[in-house]
Write a protein that binds this ligand. Structure first.
Ligand code: GRF
Length: 218
């Protein structure tokens, strides 16, 4: 087994899993998680959001967290000497909230070595394409440009590559002739929000194991 991906929460947890959610933008996936926790309650959903982190300020994602009364932290690359120092600072800021799972929900930075060493096997990312096709920052645009007829979203664990970690779940979205990047991304995000809420809840409630590229939810 990859040492960065140890089994995590292999047994159903007695108390709600602690989530730290990382965002860079509008935070609609964060909002879906907030709404799911509020609707079911942490005990039934299986998880609670304990903090929201970002790589920039002035974003709607942070406003959503503040409206929900959650602590937030901002860790900007430019405030640190280099990427490694930024990664170490992000790791410490996240670790302060002792998360069981970290959810990268539209967080537009590649997580570094320290972060993976501390949280490997416990970081869930959502990507707006059907991996392994169209990884990277422009998954929606690249799928449209390629001319595929279906695309979608992938919820996966983060490893040291870019959008290469073990896949947990995927959702499919058909591409329409009239789609531009923004219209297609909005339809993908509708599917993505539902999928993310469902996957995080299942991981938290049931526990899971990562066996090679397979994720087994107990
Ligand atoms: C999502 O589509 C995510 O996959 C991508 O950026 C989008 C974030 O949306 N990386 P939001 O900030 O959750 O609204």
């Amino acid at each position: 087994m990859d040492p960065l991906l140890p089994p995590s929460r292999p047994d159903a947890a007695p108390s709600p899993a602690r989530l730290v959610v990382l965002v860079s933008g509008s935070g609609s996936n964060l909002q879906a998680l907030l709404d799911a926790v509020a609707a079911a309650g942490p005990a039934v959903y299986g998880a609670e959001i304990v903090a929201v982190g970002a790589d920039r300020d002035g974003i709607a994602g942070l406003d959503r967290a503040e409206r929900a009364g959650l602590p937030t932290f901002v860790c900007k690359v430019k405030d640190h000497g280099d990427r490694a120092q930024w990664d170490a600072a992000l790791t410490e800021a996240t670790a302060a909230y002792a998360p069981d799972l970290v959810v990268s929900a539209g967080f537009m930075k590649i997580l570094g070595k320290d972060f993976l060493a501390r949280f490997g096997g416990r970081i869930v990312n959502t990507h707006p394409a059907l991996l392994p096709s169209f990884p990277g920052a422009h998954g929606v645009r690249d799928a449209l440009a390629y001319g595929v007829q279906v695309t979608g979203c992938t919820v996966h664990f983060v490893d040291e590559g870019v959008d290469t970690g073990p896949i947990i779940a995927q959702g499919v979205v058909e591409i329409r002739d009239e789609d531009d990047e923004s219209a297609l991304h909005e339809r993908i995000k509708e599917v993505e929000r539902t999928l993310l809420v469902e996957v995080v809840g299942r991981l938290a409630r049931h526990g899971y194991r990562i066996e090679g590229r397979k994720v087994r939810i107990s």
